[in-house]
Design a protein around this ligand. Sequence first.
Ligand code: AHR
Length: 512
Amino acid sequence: SLKNSSITVDPRRILAPVDERIYSGFVEHLGRCIYGGLVDYNKTPKTKVNGKRHREDVSKAIKDLKMPVVRWPGGNFVSSYHWIDGVGARENRPRRPELAWLGEESNQFGTDEFIEWCHEMKVEPYFCLNMGTGTLDEALGWIEYCNSTANTYYANLRRKNGHPAPYNVKYWGLGNEVWGDWQVGQMTKEDYAKKAAEWAKAIKLLDPNVQLISCGCTGLDNWDHHVLDKLINWVDMHSIHMYTAHDEYIKNVTAPAAAETAIQVTKNLIDLATIQHPPKANGVNSLEADSKKKVKICFDEWNIWDPTRADGTKGAEEKYTLSDALAIASWLNVFIRQSESLGMCNIAQLVNVIAPIMTNDSTVFLQTTYWPLMLFSNYMRDGHALDLHVETKMYTGATGINDGSYKWIQGKFGVTLLDVSAVKKIGSDTIYIAIVNRSEDEEANTKIDFHTKISGIHAWELYHDDVLASNSFETPDKVVLKENDCQIIQNEDKSVNFTFQKHSFTLLEVKY
Ligand code: AHR
């Protein structure tokens, strides 16, 4: 039962290195994410902006998340985006109809502005290509503009626009959610795989240093099977998307189990495709000949999102509760446990749109979901995931998610109420253990067996009496972290007893 839970932590039981890119982000030209979020182009903003008109309050909140990579410009937006509209003198850039969210795009924030923002934020850019209304020629032009040092048209255009050095954009996505019926340029899996392979070949001939990411579905779909089967030797990562959310507390906090299933299934599809299509020794490109390459999963859209709940007119501005923050912590536990298969994960999104950071004309507030993200990203990195043994009460009721087509996807049967992951740091005697007590009303008396002598434990805790508590501009500190050094009384068998409050998230820093 929860009252008698136990966690066994053995620092020798290493699962896999944690790739810090699992803490990456995503910003889209949707609602107030870019304009009013990342940047404030008003002549007399109430917010403090730097010379580039980046909002300083937002920049600070993002920098504290230590994100390695940020994906841009969409999302659905990219399927009718022409990058050429967003470069050159800003007063000459055309306003265009925007077909994904039925708005207008001013093109004031384009490639050069995004790269400039990435440099200031110290994040690497990840661009998604327009495979809707866009052409291969246009995609090649964009890659040449960003990465080429040759004396050719688009490389020279970048120089003419004031940027002599190449941007070396490494990550390029081959379209976004091309399978969705909301997409301009929706394709069948067969048509997509054929077209994406052609694009990949040309892109690799132009720039063999880029990493390509195939457009997947949820990872649980025939789309993923087919696309991986055809593209396995052309791509470095395969993208999957999933959003979870439920009005019922227990379903909300256990739904990330569906993401764990999705990662495991996708990993198996990658293994199957790799076995069935061994790389050719004399392939068209160097990638095809690289037999050591292992395709990883790029979970490049994930979050808590119920589009019917979030205020759509304002552009998916979700208001997150403590329950949602616990779900985010469980998502991140999934990523740690499955780190062997994950090359990158991008929370969708970063500011205002289904986001941990919210702005108005004069200030920001941090949503409940910001806190687990910040703790994981700062501490659960530069190390190896550990294989834990957890004994606790199970939740055996229904859980799962609505996928993009609003089909119910059943999660795992039997989900632990105490959800745990751990990372052993490289080069230091420190282990971080992340614990979500998903029970709504029971505390968890837990014996943690450390196998070794412990010298100190520090704890951060996210808790509020009300699972529906949320932060706002008026009450920005309703749900925030508390931290303290723990009194350690280590039992003879090297275990320590802890009590994890009902519906709480705790991160333990354990020094041994
Ligand atoms: O992140 C919001 C939207 O969700 C993205 O534009 C799209 O890719 C997904 O459907």
